[in-house]
Design a protein around this ligand. Sequence first.
Ligand SMILES: [Zn+2]
Length: 199
Amino acid sequence: MARRERQDAPEAIEVVLRFANSELTEDNWRQVVASGFEPVGTGQTSVDPKRPIFGVSSFREAKEILDEFKETVSRVVDLKDLESPSAADLARDISERARIKVTGFGWDTESGRFYPRWATEHDTFLEALYAQLAIALSQTAGIARTLHRCSECGTIFYDRSVRPARYCSQRCRSRGSAREFRAGIHRRRARRRPKSRTQ
Ligand SMILES: [Zn+2]
């Protein structure tokens, strides 16, 4: 992904976005599943090709879990009304999958906050994805307004400015503007054509 010119997202959202925008292949699925799991605190960071990793034993299984997760993040992006039935469904789906529990508290020396340490019930890939999402949602006010889908490449990105954000990067903005410019020429031509017939 091209470097974004906009502000950096909070860390929990960065993790969510990294998974929501990742493409799984037969070659990289183990690395993708293993990446970003330090917060779970299992210490299982090495990638042993013979053993299931975070409860996932095949590329197909990993892809199924990740595809459903991407769909869930999309539902967050599309969330308009927090009092709607779809918002309630989304909250239930995330809670049911995250299986999150607080295991204790510790000091965050940077912010001076007393922060909760959390874990998930079975330390699985599925639980960790939804736990990260739940934490990201809990740490960011109005998150549905800060996550957007790039209208050019489909990447989901963070932007907390109020203006409607349409592009994830300068590159996509240039491509999008070029496309709109071409579409504008077509529209103008299309408008001109019928007129010339009547003359
Ligand atoms: Zn884009």
